[in-house]
Ligand binder design. Structure first.
Ligand code: PLP
Length: 421
């Protein structure tokens, strides 16, 4: 074979080995060309929910292609998008009555930010500040990098990023600081919206905070007429134990972003759900108030059909029970590390478990990161630590034995920190 000409995402080609070629996916596994089965312990970057190639989703995709491919979504509509939208409105938190489609998590967040600014402007009281939480991640486009944590990932693009106001992460014992900071910023009524990842900050290091903080933030947002944007791109579709994480705080956001698990992890699709009030602000005989946004592949019919099949699985299969069982297993199995001196901050939220390997130099570029990845891959495990943060975010079909194998490997990996056995 000729040398690969593929430039991979978040990959330092100078130091990383050539990636294995995957020729098949099934359930909790991806399989390489030379027949090695690798347990996908990170759900292929958090997208695969039920398992790779769930038969009902694959069948829906096949059926959709019998009659449809891409159709322009301005001026035309189609059944898969209509049916999915009403299913999403039924499933999501109360008040989210409108569904705007796009094609990636980042785009769904860009759409949310544009909706928020459009809302205030069209209502005659423009606001443009965005409040974000420390350590957040909302995507890799210029707008979503602007509302995300600044660091080595975006240092080169800093001059293009817009200014935001950052509230501290609500670390245990310091929650009031977060709430006070938000209250202070929101009180001057220049803040268009607060954007948060509910309960779990994913790429920022699987940082977790309790539901009551979310509820308090929402109360402050309501009092100050600040819009509340829930970025559920990662947390949605059962990851934290409920379909959407906001449910656990009984919080109804003004805008909700969903992508990753929306199609069960089969095809790219995203949706930004919004309240009637936000839709109304753009509803006018004045065409200048139109919501001016589109991606070419908005509401791709095949992706919508896959997402509709995913919703069908949630309705027809005991997914909620499956997630509850997985959440219990995760909590039980990761608990063995709570008294292990090689690890700290052992934590879970629903189906997600995370723990920090104690190392001299922590952070995303921690040298132990690539070493850990190679260590796990050799053992047929796809694990991708965020620096020294090891996390297990598996498809819901993973078994207890498979998790045991994984946690045994994590135990062994403690040796890589250079201070065990
Ligand atoms: C992954 C992620 C995004 C970006 O989604 P893409 O589909 O990669 O653009 C946005 N927000 C959160 C919370 C995410 O985890």
């Amino acid at each position: 074979m000729n040398r690969s000409t593929v430039w991979h995402p978040f990959t330092q080609h100078a130091t990383e080995p050539a990636p294995p070629t995957i020729v098949r996916t099934e359930g909790a596994y991806v399989e390489t060309r030379d027949g090695k089965r690798i347990l996908d312990a990170i759900s292929s970057w958090w997208v695969v929910t039920h398992g790779h190639r769930h038969p009902k989703i694959i069948e829906a995709i096949r059926n959709a292609t019998e009659t449809l491919d891409q159709v322009i979504f301005a001026g035309l509509s189609h059944e898969p998008a209509e049916q999915l939208a009403s299913a999403l409105v039924d499933m999501a938190l109360p008040g989210l009555d409108w569904v705007f489609y796009s094609d990636s998590g980042s785009t769904s967040v860009e759409v949310a930010l544009k909706m928020a600014l459009g809302f205030h402007r069209n209502n005659g009281a423009p606001r443009s500040r965005i409040v974000v939480m420390e350590h957040s991640y909302h995507g890799d486009t210029i707008g979503t990098m602007s509302v995300g944590a600044r660091g080595v990932f975006n240092a080169a693009y800093e001059p293009l990023l817009f200014e935001v106001d950052t509230i501290p992460f609500p670390a245990s014992g310091w929650e009031q600081k977060t709430l006070d900071a938000f209250e202070r910023l929101a009180r001057d009524r220049q803040v268009a919206a607060l954007i948060v990842e509910p309960l779990v900050l994913g790429a920022g290091g699987m940082l977790m905070y309790p539901a009551w903080i979310l509820a308090e933030l929402k109360r402050i947002a309501e009092r100050t007429e600040t819009l509340f944007i829930a970025d559920e791109v990662m947390t949605g579709w059962g990851r934290t134990g409920t379909i959407f994480a906001c449910e656990q705080a009984a919080v109804a956001p003004d805008i909700l972003c969903t992508s990753k698990g929306l199609t069960g992890g089969s095809l790219p699709l995203a949706a930004t759900l919004a309240t009637e009030a936000i839709f109304r602000a753009h509803y006018s005989s004045d065409r200048a108030r139109t919501f001016f946004h589109s991606s070419s592949y908005t509401a791709n019919p095949i992706a919508c059909a896959a997402a509709r099949a995913n919703v069908g699985i949630w309705n027809d299969e005991p997914v909620v029970e499956r997630i509850a069982a997985l959440s219990r297993m995760q909590a039980e199995k990761v608990a063995r590390f709570s008294r292990d001196p090689h690890f700290e901050n052992v934590r879970t939220s629903g189906t997600i478990a995370a723990l920090d390997l104690r190392v001299g130099n922590a952070g995303y570029l921690a040298e132990v990161g690539p070493k850990l990845r190679a260590f796990f891959l050799e053992r047929g495990l796809l694990v991708r630590p965020l620096g020294n943060v090891i996390y297990v975010l598996p498809p819901y079909c993973v078994t207890s034995d498979e998790l045991d194998r994984l946690y045994d490997a994590i135990d062994e990996a403690a040796g890589l920190a250079g201070n065990k056995r």
